[in-house]
Write a protein that binds this ligand. Structure first.
Ligand SMILES: [Ca+2]
Length: 88
């Protein structure tokens, strides 16, 4: 579960950054992925799960999130985990 807070510490929401049955950790970073000048949250499964990457946008009022894109970084059976970093 990834919990999202505003820059002032206000809780916004939480979401599963992998399949609902995944119980491992996730790697979290931020990247400007859609050209609007504001970073999105990007996560990848840490280990022992499908190598999924999720890119999530938080709206400008910090009230909701939207899944922008998800994909497998490697073959779906790869379970070595992901380490992510944002590059702009
Ligand atoms: Ca953006």
């Amino acid at each position: 579960m990834v919990r999202v807070f505003s820059g002032r510490g206000k809780y916004i929401t939480g979401y599963h950054a992998a399949s609902n049955d995944y119980r491992g950790g996730v790697w979290v970073d931020a990247i400007e992925a859609d050209g609007d000048g504001k970073d999105e949250i990007v996560t990848g499964t840490w280990s022992n799960g499908r190598p999924g990457v999720f890119i999530v946008d938080v709206d400008h009022n910090f009230t909701s999130i939207t899944l922008q894109r998800s994909f497998d970084a490697y073959h779906p059976f790869f379970s070595g985990g992901l380490r992510l970093t944002g590059v702009e």
